[in-house]
Write a protein of this length. Structure first.
Length: 366
């Protein structure tokens, strides 16, 4: 089931605001989710991710715009008529019911032509439990389960109605690091086996990039960029996207274009043919530095951190917007840890230029 959002806007009344009294949570949001894909809605807290999910689900009604599931306009339909399964951040399991009865609950509330026989309901419950591998937990109550097990029960309950669309709102935020990694792999495996169109909301860029077919980056209710995770990382549309994606984060400098060269702190560090002289904001990915004895970028060396196969070089430069910059290089790269300075050449494909005021990407810089 493909999902089409057309000029979707949602405003909330906020009596505490001095101006219009309205907060725009989602602003003119337009994009398509292809059938069978897992889409990661990504952005900082308060950017409108969960509101967008609630609009798709039907828990919120848009102020304007349309929502289509396939060719069907579902904008005004209630959640129970949209064919969606929802997994909440806090799992929302019934504490007094067993795992089996929690999964069964949505089926018991079907009415009319959708109502199932007891045999069919039991078959559906067993099928959903098998998908998330919790067959041995069916007689336990939520208090007897780990966080990861509760999450799988919540996913089984969402799948038992065989929804056209699966919606997951920060599903891993309550799990520890080990369980997050394990559970996100399980979510991806389940999604691939069921081929259900899935929307996954998270503020964690590593989660979104690791399991999504495409990511949708949001800021203050506005769509910033859509694309395959690696494509968005390698080709950010603006400074916000470049800074939001990547661990360690991108290094940001104040720079100048002078006579076809990118200059940092007065030193020409990279050719940028075709660009006029101007001030620019420069983003350099940590993996974009190459240690080189005669490299054009000279930095003060602060420390060298060994990370196994890689080394993290912590340095400083007067044009850097942060007190330190971080370069990730291979462990066999030539770095003198006792030196006071380190020199780098730059990988052009890892260097991005942005307009200082708007943060928009300056193209033609490679």
């Amino acid at each position: 089931m493909n999902i089409q959002l057309e000029h979707l806007t949602k405003t909330f009344h906020s009596p505490g605001r001095k101006s219009s009294g309205e907060v725009v949570a989602v602003n003119d949001f337009t994009f398509e989710i292809p059938d069978g894909q897992l889409i990661g809605l990504l952005g900082p807290s308060g950017c409108g991710k969960s509101t967008t999910l609630n609009l798709i689900c039907g828990l919120e009604q848009p102020t304007s715009g349309k929502i289509f599931f396939g060719d069907r306009d579902v904008t005004d339909l209630p959640p129970e008529l949209r064919g969606v399964g929802m997994v909440f951040q806090n799992y929302a399991l019934y504490p007094h019911l067993t795992v089996r009865k929690n999964i069964l609950f949505p089926l018991e509330n079907l009415k009319g032509k959708e109502r199932l026989t007891k045999e069919e309901m039991a078959r559906r419950v067993d099928q959903a439990a098998g998908l998330v591998q919790i067959q041995e937990l069916m007689d336990r109550k939520p208090s007897e389960l780990s966080g990861g097990q509760q999450q799988r029960v919540a996913i089984a309950r969402a799948l038992v109605k065989m929804p056209h669309v699966l919606l997951l709102d920060e599903p891993l935020s309550n799990l520890d690091a080990r369980l997050r990694l394990q559970t996100r792999e399980e979510i991806r495996k389940i999604q691939r086996s069921t081929k259900i169109t899935t929307v996954f909301v998270t503020h964690d860029q590593e989660e979104a990039m690791s399991i999504s077919d495409r990511i949708v980056v949001m800021k203050e209710g506005v769509l910033q960029q859509i694309g395959a995770p690696q494509q968005v990382y390698d080709d950010p549309a603006n400074l916000f996207v470049a800074k939001f994606l990547g661990t360690p984060p991108i290094n940001v400098f104040d720079g100048q274009i002078q006579s076809g060269m990118l200059c940092l702190g007065g030193a020409a560090v990279l050719p940028v043919p075709g660009l006029t002289d101007q001030s620019v904001t420069v983003g350099i990915r940590p993996e974009g530095f190459l240690p080189q004895a005669d490299g054009p970028l000279s930095c003060t060396l602060n420390s060298v951190e060994v990370m196994g196969r890689d080394i993290s070089v912590v340095a400083s430069h007067p044009a850097c917007q942060s007190p330190t910059l971080r370069a990730i290089i291979t462990a066999d790269a030539p770095v003198d840890r006792n030196a006071s300075t380190v020199r780098f050449a730059l990988k052009p494909e890892k260097v991005f230029l942005f307009q200082p005021d708007s943060g928009q990407r300056i193209r033609g810089a490679r």
